[in-house]
Design a protein around this ligand. Structure first.
Ligand SMILES: Cc1cc2nc3c(=O)[nH]c(=O)nc-3n(C[C@H](O)[C@H](O)[C@H](O)COP(=O)(O)O)c2cc1C
Length: 202
C-alpha cells in the first residue's frame, strides 16, 4: 500500500499549491487553509504509521503459523512457547491472533492453533469475528493441529477449540493428530502437544 500513501501525499501537496494560486482568497485565509491542511496531513501520517506498525507482515513465508485465541493470555503464551521450540529445531514459526489470520500467508508446513474457550463455550477476545476475516478454503489440503485449552468443570469443555478444529477439517484441512484437550493448563497434556509436534516435525 506504499503507492497509495504516495498518491495521497502528492494530492495533499497539489492542494496546498492550489490554495496559494487562489487569488480570490485573502493571504490570511490562504494561511489558515494551509495550516489546516498541514495539520490534517500530520494526523493522517500518524494514523498510517500506527496502522503499519500493528499490521502483521503480509507476505512473509514461514514454516509454521502458530495461531492463538485467548481471553487472559494463556493461549498466547503457549503459542509463543510453541514458536520457540520450533525455532530451536531449525524451523521458522510466527504467532498470530486467530482474528488476524486472514492477513497473513498460510504456512509452508502446518498451521498450529492454540485455542481457549470462554463464557459458555464461546470464542475468546482474539477470536471475535474470526470467521469473517479468515477464508478457510485457503487452508484446504494443508496440515493443521489444535491445542484446545479449557476447564473440565465447565459444561462445554473446550467447546470453541473443538469447533475451530471441526471448521478447519470441514474446509479440507488435514489434521496432524486429534485435538489435544487441556483442562486447567494440565502440564501433562501440554507436554503431549509438544511431543506430538516433535514427532510430526521430525
Ligand atoms: C469466565 C470464564 C469462562 C470459561 N468458560 C469455559 C468453557 O465454557 N469451557 C471450557 O472448557 N473452559 C472455560 N473456561 C476456562 C478457560 O478456557 C481456561 O482457563 C483457559 O486456560 C483460559 O485460557 P486463556 O488465558 O488463553 O484465555 C472459562 C474460564 C473463564 C474465566
Amino acid at each position: 500500500m506504499k503507492w497509495a500513501s504516495g498518491v495521497l501525499w502528492l494530492l495533499l501537496g497539489l492542494l496546498l499549491l492550489g490554495i496559494w494560486q487562489l487569488d480570490a482568497l485573502s493571504a490570511e485565509r490562504r494561511g489558515w487553509a494551509s495550516v489546516a491542511l498541514v495539520a490534517y496531513a500530520l494526523v493522517l501520517a500518524r494514523s498510517l504509521r500506527r496502522q503499519r506498525a500493528s499490521a502483521p507482515p503480509a507476505s512473509d513465508r514461514v514454516d509454521y503459523r502458530v495461531v492463538y485465541a485467548t481471553e487472559t493470555g494463556t493461549a498466547r503464551q503457549l503459542a509463543q512457547a510453541t514458536c520457540k521450540r520450533l525455532r530451536k529445531s531449525g524451523f521458522s514459526a510466527e504467532p498470530v491472533a486467530l482474528n488476524q489470520l486472514g492477513r497473513v500467508e498460510p504456512p509452508d508446513r502446518a498451521l498450529l492453533l492454540v485455542v481457549s474457550t470462554t463464557g459458555n463455550g464461546d470464542p475468546p477476545k482474539t477470536a471475535v469475528g474470526w470467521e469473517a476475516s479468515v477464508q478457510l478454503d485457503r487452508f484446504a489440503g494443508r496440515p493443521f493441529a489444535v491445542l484446545a485449552l479449557g476447564d473440565r468443570s465447565y459444561p462445554r469443555f473446550c467447546a470453541f477449540g473443538l469447533e475451530v478444529a471441526q471448521r478447519f477439517q470441514a474446509a479440507g484441512g488435514k489434521p496432524l493428530f486429534a485435538p489435544v484437550q487441556v483442562s486447567q493448563a494440565d502440564p501433562r497434556m501440554i507436554d503431549l502437544w509438544f511431543r506430538q509436534l516433535q514427532q510430526e516435525s521430525a
